[in-house]
Write a protein that binds this ligand. Structure first.
Ligand SMILES: C=C(O[C@@H]1C=C(C(=O)O)C=C[C@H]1O)C(=O)O
Length: 111
C-alpha cells in the first residue's frame, strides 16, 4: 500500500506534498468556476431586471409559466447531454426563476 499520510506528534494525519498540491490545483479551478457562475448570474439578473421593467410598464404578469416550462425542458436536455443530473438543473433553474419573479413583483408594486 502506498503511504499518502504521515502522522504528527498528535497522531493527526497530514496529506503528503503531492496530495496537497493536487488539492490546491483543483481548488484553484473551483474558485475560477465559482467566479464565472457569479458573473454569469449577475449578467442574467441585469437582463431579467430589464424584463421586469418592460412587463411592469406594459401591465404584463411577473411570471410566465409557459416560458418556464420550455426553459426547464431545454435545460434538462442540456444537463443530460452534459452528464449533469437533470433534476438538479431543474431545481437550480426554479430557484433562480423564483427570485426573478420576486424581483418582478417588487418592480410592479413600485411602478
Ligand atoms: C424573465 C422572465 O420572467 C420570469 C422569469 C423567468 C426567468 O428567470 O427565466 C422566466 C419566465 C418568467 O416567469 C420572462 O418572462 O422572460
Amino acid at each position: 500500500m502506498t503511504t499518502s499520510h504521515t502522522s504528527d506528534a498528535n497522531g493527526a494525519g497530514t496529506a503528503d506534498e503531492a496530495v496537497r498540491a493536487e488539492l490546491a490545483r483543483l481548488r484553484d479551478s473551483i474558485d475560477n468556476i465559482d467566479a464565472a457562475v457569479v458573473h454569469m448570474l449577475a449578467e442574467r439578473f441585469k437582463c431579467t431586471q430589464q424584463v421586469g421593467h418592460l412587463k411592469a410598464n406594459h401591465h404584463l404578469p411577473p411570471a410566465d409559466p409557459d416560458r418556464e416550462a420550455r426553459q426547464i425542458a431545454r435545460l434538462r436536455q442540456l444537463a443530460e447531454n452534459a452528464k449533469l443530473d437533470p433534476a438538479f438543473a431543474e431545481k437550480l433553474l426554479n430557484f433562480i426563476i423564483a427570485e426573478v419573479i420576486r424581483h418582478h413583483e417588487t418592480i410592479a408594486k413600485s411602478s
